[in-house]
Design a protein around this ligand. Structure first.
Ligand code: ATP
Ligand code: MG
Length: 472
């Protein structure tokens, strides 16, 4: 098969032809770009491989574009990179790799195009397109990658036991591509992942988490998690999630399988948000159900306090997975902690103070919380889901009304700690906290309005009760 100049639209290709022929080296576009070209997926970067020095090829190509264009050279790796018009171009010399058992670091030697294709992870990632004039546009597909794309199959080019044992990260990549592309992992390849799963332990957490996040950001992340579970990878990278799987029966009563429920919530939320952290909140919302599970006669299965315990686990899970510990973690922790609250509001007569409290605690994240709760409504009974969603609309409306009336969402108590200290001529002490807290409670309970005058009066009253005196 041959690609024509019209199909290889980007101006870089003509430049590559000139550069390769002037240097007299074989050069190819390879890997992800070729795969995505065939699958008609967009790309923003292209990798080039040459049988010779990738650094020289990069320097030559850049000088044809613009002698001033900056090329980053990584001598130790024999690679080079430049950016041009928002596209990234990577250059590397064709290589042959050999691995030792307990390391990801291969011994690298110069090699042929064939050697280079052999070391790639999957048949669909091992395609190359020639850049040299004599064979320009020729597709080199030694492992029938095109056929595998047609059949939607992920498969390693060599014996999968060798490919995965050489670099166990490829097991995560297999599942990631299956999830992103909606492909099936070939039986032999899948069996080999099961067999080699424990080798994931030699891979750095950052790289594992990178792949995991790509799975989570795919259109149907559950595909990836089901594969992670099935292959034995999940229990090694996120054992808390593995523990959600399974149903216990007591006196003929079972509960839902919280693993599949969680995946349903994750797929649901994926339809309404691209935000990685809200998707993480969906993954972790019920994470502490196993240790809080109890069978209560007359009531059935209960998971009291799972939202509190789960939110306490979030920092540890984030730390272990090397996920960011700043606002992202705090957001997820808060979502897990609050995830039952909006649903609780559908069950009773809704009081304004309950609504105000939720608005106050959720703050600017109220919309995300409501999205999570809607995603959390899962049941095989379609009618039940519809009824819940309707009740939920009412909660949404009421929250809006209360917010418009009372403005408690970004609530700052109408009197500050400084004002309290100044008024009574005191230093920071526990009385200041007591007064502030009681005023906040009174506003949320609706005993006073969210208003300076009323709060000021209440402050004086509380001060007197506590034996403080207004400074003249
Ligand atoms: P994406 O850019 O969407 O992550 P990609 O396939 O381009 O997908 P990259 O990590 O950019 O992935 O890698 C580019 C190419 O390098 C791949 O297509 C593959 O041929 C090769 N490659 C990357 N990582 C590995 C690996 N761990 N083992 C073998 N080959 C790899
Ligand atoms: Mg890429």
């Amino acid at each position: 098969m041959h690609y024509t100049a019209a199909q290889l639209k980007h101006p870089i290709f003509k430049i590559m032809q000139q550069a390769a022929d002037e240097l007299g080296v074989e050069a190819y576009a390879v890997g992800g770009f070729v795969r995505d070209l065939i699958l008609e997926r967009p790309s923003k970067d292209i990798d080039f491989v040459c049988v010779g020095s990738g650094i020289e090829l990069a320097t030559k190509a850049a000088s044809i574009i613009d002698p001033k264009l900056h090329v980053s050279v990584f001598k130790n790796f024999g690679t080079a990179h430049f950016r041009w018009n928002d596209w990234d171009f990577e250059f590397v010399g064709a290589r042959k790799e050999s691995y030792q058992r307990d390391s990801r670091k291969p011994i690298v030697e110069e090699g042929t195009l064939e050697d280079d294709q052999n070391r790639r992870d999957f048949t669909i990632n091992a395609l190359a397109i020639s850049m040299n004039a004599a064979s320009y546009g020729k597709l080199v597909d030694p492992f029938n990658g095109v056929q595998d794309m047609e059949d939607k199959i992920i498969r390693t080019p060599l014996d999968p036991d060798i490919t995965f044992s050489d670099d166990p990260l490829r097991m995560m990549r297999a599942i990631r591509f299956a999830t992103q592309l909606g492909f099936t992992i070939h039986t032999d390849t899948l069996a080999s992942i099961k067999k080699n799963a424990e080798r994931i332990s030699i891979i750095s957490q950052e790289r594992i988490t990178d792949e995991l996040n790509k799975i989570i950001l795919a259109r149907t992340p559950s595909i990836g998690f089901i594969l992670l579970e099935e292959t034995g990878l999940l229990k090694r990278i996120l054992p808390e999630m593995q523990n959600l799987k399974g149903v216990e029966n007591y006196e003929g009563k079972g509960h839902k399988d919280n693993f599949y429920h969680t995946l349903q919530v994750l797929d649901n939320i994926t339809k309404t948000t691209n935000d990685l952290w809200l998707r993480w909140a969906a993954i972790l919302h019920d994470i502490a159900k196993p240790p809080t599970k109890k069978f209560v006669p007359g009531e059935g299965w209960t998971f009291h306090g799972h939202e509190v315990l789960g939110s306490k686990w979030v920092p540890n899970i984030f730390r272990r997975l090397k996920l960011p510990l700043g606002n992202e973690m705090k957001f997820v922790r808060k979502m897990v902690y609050l995830h039952l609250r909006p649903i609780a509001l559908t069950k009773e007569e809704i009081s304004d103070s309950a609504l105000r409290r939720l608005l106050f605690e959720a703050g600017d994240d109220i919309e995300s919380l409501l999205m999570l709760c809607e995603a959390d409504i899962t049941s095989k009974n379609r009618d039940k889901v519809r009824r819940y969603l309707m009740k939920f609309e009412i909660v949404r409306e009421k929250l809006k009304e209360v917010e418009e009336k009372d403005r408690v969402r970004n609530f700052q108590p109408p009197v500050s700690g400084e004002l309290i200290m100044e008024t009574f001529g005191i230093q920071p002490c526990k009385e200041v906290g007591i007064i502030k807290d009681e005023i906040k409670e009174a506003v949320l309970e609706g005993k006073i309005r969210n208003d300076y005058e009323e709060a000021y009066a209440m402050m004086l009253e509380l001060g007197t009760k506590l034996g403080l005196q207004k400074k003249e």
